[in-house]
Design a protein around this ligand. Sequence first.
Ligand SMILES: [Zn+2]
Length: 238
Amino acid sequence: MKGKTFKFFLFAIFSIVLLNNITLLKSMEMVDEPEKGRLEVICGSMFSGKTEELLRRLKRAIIAKQKVLLIKPATDTRAKNVISHDKNEMIAITIDNKPANLKELLKKINNDNIKVIGIDEIQFFNEIIICFINMLIQIGKRVIVTGLDMSFKAEPFGIMPKLLTIADEVTKLKAICVECGNDAYVTQRLVNGKPANYEDKLVLIGSQEEGYYPRCRNCYRMDRKPFPKLWEQWEKTE
Ligand SMILES: [Zn+2]
């Protein structure tokens, strides 16, 4: 009987020590958990200086001795580096939408202790990039992305609305309307010198002579209003 009581006593002591240790470990984990990062979205029409602003923020981070990584979508084949219209330049890596590649990059960012991640032309990525950005924020990174907020149809471009709503900070930049000099609102697409039609593809691939020009609301031309389905509803009602 005495032996049993002693064993129970030992077991109780052991349990208390174990529980204390677990609590201690958990509280240490809490202390070790990194502070969360943030998402900054720089949006606007083409030629509004989005990339310029991204490079400016990254350069400031470099001056602050923070490790920086610049990423661009694999679909953007214009140049290996990210170059703004002002000829500012920074070395960039390209990445596609494949989760396996994004996970590998995440590991690299963590191992290399990179603090600030810039992503240019984010509108060309699909929704999976949101998971990647979220993971970066969870491990304390500052993420700065640039993206075209509207297509040439003056409608939201791809994943941009989602990113704008989850951002900590949104900067909407404006280009100058090439027609009248006012603040531009949207990017006008011209095909063979004429305003593109609403039904045209979002991203043109081919030999057509196309150009993109920032324009204000007054100078923007389109054969249909944006959101035609909504207008159908609107017009049905007397
Ligand atoms: Zn104008």
